[in-house]
Design a protein around this ligand. Structure first.
Ligand code: COA
Length: 292
C-alpha cells in the first residue's frame, strides 16, 4: 500500500536532522517519520509556542527526541544561533532539510515590492542562509556524509502565473541544489531536491486555494492519477533521500506529483477528453485522408 512506511526500522539511527518549518504541515509529517526511523530532529520556525506544542506531540507519538528552535531563516545571525543551539543539544548535525517556505496567490502587478521580497527572503534567502551556515560548519569540521535536501516545486522549471515570487525563488533554490551538488561533493555533502505536487496541508491550502476556490479548482482532477498525495508518500521519499541508501544520489530533483506537471505540458494531452467511439471515428477519418 502506498501509504505504508517504506524504510526499515532504525534506517536513520544516529542521524541528527534539522527541519526548517518543521512545526506544521509537510515539515511536521517528514519530521515525524524521521523520528520513527530513529533520528533526532530539531524543528525550527518563527513561532516558538507552536513549535513547542509540535515537538511535544512528536516526542509523545514517537518516543524520540525532538528539539524546538525558534529561528527566522531570513536572518543569518538567527540561523547561526539556531545551528549553535542544535550543536549544543545534539553534539552534531548531519542533515539539513530546507522545507520552510512562504507563498500566496496574487496577480503580480498587485504585489508591493515588500510582498515580493518577503517571499524571496523566506524561500531563497532562507534556504541560502541555512545552506551556507551548515555547509561552512561541516567544511570547517571536516564532517563528511552530510546531506542537504531542498523542497522545491515543479513550477521551479515551468514557471507559474500568480505565484511569481515563489516560482522565482524556487528556481533559485533548484539552481543552488544542482550547483552545490557538484561544488561541495568534495566535502562529502550531498544535495538533492524534491518537487512535490498537491499534498494538501492547512497552511498551504488556505493560502493557495482560499474559500470557495477549493471547490472550484479540485487539484486532484489535474493529476493523471486522479488523487492528491498522502503525506507518508512524501515522507518516504524524503527519508530515503536523506538516508545512506541514497549515498550515490546527488544533484537530483525528484518529482512526486502523480504526473501533474507533465499533464499540463504535453501538447496533445487534451485529447484525454475524447471518447472511445470518437477515437474510432477519428481513426477512420485519418485513414481515409491518408489514402487520398
Ligand atoms: N497579497 C498581496 N500581498 C500580501 C499578501 C497577499 N495575500 N499577504 C501579505 N502580503 C504583503 C504584505 O502586505 C506585506 O507587504 P507591505 O509591507 O508592502 O504591505 C508583505 O507581503 C509582507 O507581509 P507580512 O505579513 O508583513 O509578512 P510576514 O513575514 O509576516 O508573512 C507571509 C509572510 C506573507 C508569506 C505569510 O503568509 C507567512 O508567514 N507564511 C508562512 C507560511 C507559508 O506561506 N507557507 C507556504 C504555504 S504554500
Amino acid at each position: 500500500m502506498y501509504t505504508d512506511k517504506m524504510l526499515r526500522d532504525d534506517a536513520l539511527k544516529g542521524k541528527n536532522i534539522v527541519v526548517t518549518g518543521g512545526g506544521s504541515g509537510l515539515g511536521k509529517a517528514m519530521s515525524h517519520y524521521f523520528l520513527e526511523l530513529g533520528a533526532k530532529v530539531a524543528i525550527t520556525s518563527r513561532n516558538l509556542e507552536k513549535l513547542r506544542q509540535s515537538s511535544h506531540q512528536l516526542e509523545q507519538e514517537t518516543g524520540r527526541r525532538c528539539l524546538p528552535v525558534q529561528c527566522d531563516i531570513r536572518h543569518y545571525d538567527q540561523v547561526e544561533s539556531m545551528l549553535q543551539q542544535v550543536l549544543e543539544t545534539f553534539g552534531k548535525v548531519d542533515i539539513l532539510l530546507n522545507n520552510a517556505a512562504g507563498n500566496f496567490i496574487s496577480p503580480t502587478e498587485k504585489l508591493s515590492t515588500n510582498a515580493f521580497d518577503t517571499i524571496i527572503d523566506i524561500v531563497l534567502k532562507g534556504s541560502k542562509n541555512c545552506t551556507l551556515a551548515f555547509g561552512k560548519h561541516w567544511i570547517e569540521q571536516g564532517q563528511t556524509n552530510t546531506v542537504v535536501l531542498n523542497i522545491v516545486t515543479t513550477y521551479a522549471w515551468t514557471g507559474s502565473a500568480y505565484v511569481v515570487p515563489s516560482a522565482t525563488a524556487k528556481a533559485g533554490v533548484l539552481a543552488m541544489t544542482r550547483s552545490l551538488a557538484v561544488e561541495w561533493a568534495k566535502y562529502g555533502i550531498r544535495f538533492n531536491a524534491i518537487a512535490p505536487g498537491p499534498f494538501p496541508t492547512k497552511g498551504a491550502w488556505d493560502r493557495l486555494l482560499p474559500g470557495e476556490l477549493k471547490e472550484r479548482f479540485d487539484l486532484a482532477k489535474k493529476v493523471p492519477l486522479k488523487r492528491v498525495g498522502e503525506h507518508q508518500e512524501l515522507a518516504n521519499l524524503a527519508a530515503y533521500l536523506v538516508s545512506d541508501f541514497a549515498a550515490y544520489l546527488n544533484g537530483e530533483v525528484v518529482t512526486i506529483d502523480g504526473g501533474e506537471w507533465l499533464k499540463g505540458a504535453g501538447q496533445f494531452n487534451i485529447l484525454e477528453r475524447i471518447s472511445p467511439e470518437m477515437w474510432d471515428m477519428l481513426e477512420e477519418m485519418i485513414r481515409r485522408n491518408s489514402e487520398k
